[in-house]
Design a protein around this ligand. Structure first.
Ligand SMILES: Cc1cc2nc3c(=O)[nH]c(=O)nc-3n(C[C@H](O)[C@H](O)[C@H](O)COP(=O)(O)OP(=O)(O)OC[C@H]3O[C@@H](n4cnc5c(N)ncnc54)[C@H](O)[C@@H]3O)c2cc1C
Length: 379
């Protein structure tokens, strides 16, 4: 018989690192296991930065989670004595009858969030280097910005350990079972027992939960770094993050950072793959071409000589909302999966929620809209 814990966390990336921290800081005897050594570049939580915003165009139901996520990121910054959130502001730009602009305005109105609306010509004046269709609406959310993704994961793991969590890296979970209120997790090295389990396997969730046949689709995405021909795109010149809805899809980017450049990517599209393929991210010339056309039209002062590319995975659900739930036949097993390419900003609160559910407590925020029930009959 292997070692016994209160809770085991499978996966120590974005969600799992936060869950291990939340559990350990509540004095829960916690074991975290990861197949690599996070933060690593094989899953979904790498590539330097992630946008964080409150006025959620995807659905106003996410806003209460975001308010708590912001608090928890602030707490992590205090504990870690490290700046993780950079409040650059975010411009959201697109047609007034599209998806993004009406969605942001709806969330902002329902939750009393501060959003400034301006014309494209005013945006050009205030943020030199920005461009776009004069008919588009431009919204500025000042309380948005970006998180340093690898640093967030590393900080949660460091402080989970300092709070007593045992973390095993380079160890692969090959099977798990839950019977009569006990879970047994078998890895390529050992076997562990616990009262509850959190599964936060990111793009490997379908494999880890294969018998549940979750409706997940893994998509390979690409990130690109460029440099401005002027200083206007730099963070220290006040350039914000941006998210555009265009006829060619959604594109987003970050201000230019010292030594790194300006990261930009296409949120829509991507190639469906069976699952993560270790370290392999072949360049997608069509995707890069679309990104460069976007830049030419909307960031005309950007030098289109690409400095660096990286690949990463989105794990999509059919409705692009997350799965956060306990398994129907194993209520001591909590699943956080299918973050659908927009989950990192939430990982602080998803970790807290997973810790509550796996300890038999209610979620601190409403999560009914993220339940597994919504897929009943579709699997
Ligand atoms: C290019 C790109 C841009 C993005 N931009 C944004 C953004 O701007 N804002 C935002 O909020 N979100 C964004 N996202 C989404 C966000 O990054 C992801 O939703 C989030 O990081 C997913 O975290 P996770 O914990 O689910 O997965 P991961 O961080 O990948 O963690 C899963 C972990 O499980 C481990 N694991 C899996 N299987 C096993 C096993 N059998 N045994 C042991 N360990 C295992 C893996 O090694 C991995 O460490 C972006 C994603 C990508 C790819």
């Amino acid at each position: 018989m292997g070692t016994s814990f209160d809770t085991i966390v499978i996966g120590l990336g974005g969600v799992g690192s936060a869950a291990a921290f939340a559990l350990a800081s509540q004095n829960v005897r916690t074991l975290g296991i990861d197949r690599f050594t996070p933060p690593h570049a094989r899953g979904s939580s790498h590539g330097e930065t992630r946008i964080i915003r409150k006025a959620y165009f995807e659905h106003p139901s996410y806003v209460p989670l975001l308010l708590r996520a912001y608090e928890l990121w602030g707490q992590l910054e205090c504990i870690a004595e490290q700046k993780l959130f950079h409040r650059t502001g975010l411009l959201e730009i697109g047609p007034s009858d599209g998806i993004v602009v009406p969605g942001v305005l709806l969330s902002a109105a329902q939750h009393g969030l501060d959003i400034e609306m301006m014309s494209m010509s005013e945006a050009r004046r205030r943020f030199p280097g920005i461009d776009g269709d004069v008919a588009w609406s431009v919204l500025l959310e000042r309380d948005a910005g970006y998180l340093n993704v690898e640093e967030c994961v590393a900080a949660y793991l460091k402080h989970a350990r300092l709070n007593g969590a045992e973390l095993k890296t380079d160890e692969v979970v090959v099977d798990w079972q839950s019977r009569h209120g006990t879970v047994v997790v078998r890895t390529d090295k050992d076997e562990y027992h616990a009262r509850s389990l959190v599964i936060a396997a990111g793009p490997w969730a379908s494999e880890t939960l294969s018998r549940y046949r979750l409706p997940l689709r893994v998509v390979r995405k690409h990130l690109y770094w460029y440099q401005g021909r002027t200083l206007g795109y730099r963070k220290d010149h006040g350039f914000p993050c941006y998210f555009y809805e265009t006829p060619q899809g959604y594109f987003y980017g970050f201000p230019e950072l010292d030594g790194v450049g300006a990261k930009v990517a296409r949120h829509s599209g991507g190639d469906a793959v069976q699952g993560p393929i270790d370290g392999m991210h072949p360049v997608d010339a069509d995707d890069q071409n679309l990104v460069e056309i976007f830049l030419k039209q909307n960031m005309p002062e950007m030098n289109l000589e690409c400095r660096q590319t990286k690949g990463c995975y989105y794990t999509m659900t059919p409705d692009e909302n997350f799965i956060v739930d306990c398994l129907p036949d194993a209520p001591n097993v909590t699943v956080v999966a299918g973050l659908s390419g927009h989950g990192f900003k939430f990982t602080s609160v998803l970790g807290e929620i997973a810790a509550c559910l796996s300890s038999g407590r209610n979620s601190p925020c409403p999560i009914d809209f993220l339940s597994l029930h919504r897929f009943e009959g579709t699997r």
